[in-house]
Design a binder for this molecule. Structure first.
Ligand SMILES: [Zn+2]
Length: 247
């Protein structure tokens, strides 16, 4: 696994500056100049820079940014749908489980790596439209009441799944499917340890309900790109905490 990690980290470093979305034109220009001057042999120097990507050049507000943060305080509009949804080429619980293209590709690579470790992962949920989420949430409210439902399910517009960057994962035997005990399965443990190597983070960690607004969901992973996933994973913090995006 160490060798694998090193390979992935070097891929991550090569990718520095190219996947970071920014609306600051001057910084973009600087990045472009740097990229054009970089040769393969000098890219490794980027290691320090990747540690230093300041949060202010990441775009948490643009719905199309892979770094967008959606939570109970930051919602998506009813009509938002990503433009680049594709069907991930992985095992899925139903025929259609679309995700944004970049996330779908990363998911495929993660599933392939997990398979090499003997795990049979399955995508349980990817993109969900506003109206689908509304139906889901209304059902939970009818069953458990609104307050209880909102601890484990998002109101429409507040679901990360509407970004096309979130994935609920399980295994094909459906053991502990969307249940807390998934954390103790081999797949749950593997994902918690390795998903960042593919650009995903465990979005709703244990004992962070006060921060995220949701109970521990060991099955829910969010794609934020390799560089940021590495940094967030290393920090042990939630997205809200790591980026100081609490209000
Ligand atoms: Zn989810």
């Amino acid at each position: 696994m160490k060798k694998f990690l090193l390979i992935l980290l070097s891929i991550m470093l090569i990718g520095c500056g190219t996947k970071t979305e920014s609306h600051d034109e001057s910084k973009e220009d600087i990045n472009k100049e740097e990229e054009s001057e970089m040769s393969e042999t000098t890219q490794v120097v980027d290691e320090e820079k990747s540690e230093e990507i300041p949060a202010e050049i990441l775009d948490f507000e643009d719905f199309n940014s892979i770094h967008v943060i959606i939570n109970k305080k930051h919602e998506l509009p009813e009509d938002y749908e990503p433009e680049d949804l594709v069907e991930p080429e992985v095992k899925k619980i139903r025929e259609s489980c679309p995700m944004r293209e970049e996330a779908a590709q990363a998911l495929k690579e993660m599933f392939e790596a997990a398979a090499k470790d003997g795990l049979d992962l399955m995508l349980v949920s990817g993109y969900r439209s506003y109206s689908y989420q509304k139906g889901l949430f209304d059902n939970y409210v009818a069953r458990d009441g609104e307050e209880a439902a909102n601890r484990y399910s998002a109101r429409p517009g507040q679901s990360e799944h509407q970004t096309g960057l979130a994935a609920d994962l399980g295994t094909s035997d459906q053991a502990c499917l969307l249940m807390g005990c998934f954390k103790d399965t081999e797949a749950g443990k593997w994902l918690a340890e390795n998903s960042y190597l593919f650009g995903f983070v465990l979005r709703y960690p244990e004992e962070k309900e006060e921060v995220t607004g949701y109970i521990y969901e060991p099955w829910h992973f969010r794609y934020i790109g390799l560089e940021q996933a590495y940094l967030v994973h290393e920090s042990g913090l939630t997205l809200e905490e790591y980026y100081d995006y609490m209000d």
